[in-house]
Design a binder for this molecule. Structure first.
Ligand SMILES: Cc1cc2nc3c(=O)[nH]c(=O)nc-3n(C[C@H](O)[C@H](O)[C@H](O)COP(=O)(O)O)c2cc1C
Length: 206
């Protein structure tokens, strides 16, 4: 069983990473492998809506992480996406990566468990948490939650180690995510995945 973590922060001693490391301890205690990829100091371009991925089965742009992360995501049973809060949103590099990763990958994501982590000095955690959960919500991915909207506070690098409440949230979310992943693995064996209908594309003018 494997969890893939993606951290949007560009910083060394990232406060967001401290939250992820707290989650990692729980996953490892639960016998779940973890791979964590920091994307924030990489150049990741946005989606250009060319539609090329529908033909190629991958993003048309190679070499900026999206196509490297895609097979790791396919293999994983769970995905944690974590972001520093920038202007009450997820940071731009992470959003560019997630747009392209979710849009370009043709594999079924149903019942992979998702969890979001947001980290801020003071404000915007819940807006960012909502934003990140949207990727899971459109992909048939159950969302692991905790005892609060999963966030951790800190401004200067390393400060979030002092946020005892945030660290509890990280551990709780990780425990709930591990439980969901294991339960889904059992359920898949017993019942199989739910039936999936062919998508129907309509819009509001026809
Ligand atoms: C461009 C930018 C915008 C930010 N916007 C917010 C914000 O809206 N709300 C907030 O509380 N902190 C904001 N911050 C502070 C960061 O969220 C905070 O320093 C956090 O610890 C960064 O996490 P990291 O160490 O993992 O990168 C902002 C920081 C930057 C660089």
């Amino acid at each position: 069983m494997k969890v893939l973590m993606i951290n949007g922060s560009p910083r060394k001693e990232s406060n967001t990473q401290i939250g992820l490391d707290e989650m990692r301890k729980i996953f490892e205690a639960e016998g779940i492998d973890v791979e964590c990829i920091a994307v924030g100091n990489k150049v990741v371009r946005g989606c250009i809506a060319c539609g090329g991925c529908a033909k190629k089965g991958k993003c048309v742009f190679d070499g900026d992480l999206v196509n490297e992360i895609a097979p790791k995501f396919e293999e994983a049973d769970g995905l944690v996406v974590a972001s520093p809060v920038y202007y009450a949103s997820a940071n731009g590099t992470l959003v560019s990566l997630l747009d392209r990763l979710f849009f370009s990958t043709p594999f079924d994501k149903t019942m992979k468990v998702g969890a979001a982590v947001a980290c801020a000095r003071r404000g915007g955690i819940t807006a960012t948490w909502d934003e990140l959960n949207k990727y899971f919500g459109i992909a048939g991915m159950p969302i692991a939650s905790g005892q609060y909207w999963n966030g951790i506070h800190g401004r200067l690098p390393g400060e979030s180690k002092q946020d005892a409440e945030g660290l509890v949230q990280m551990r709780t979310t990780a425990r709930n995510m591990a439980f969901l992943m294991k339960s889904i693995a059992l359920g898949r064996e017993e019942f199989g995945l739910p039936e999936r209908e062919q998508g129907e594309m309509t819009n509001f003018i026809r």
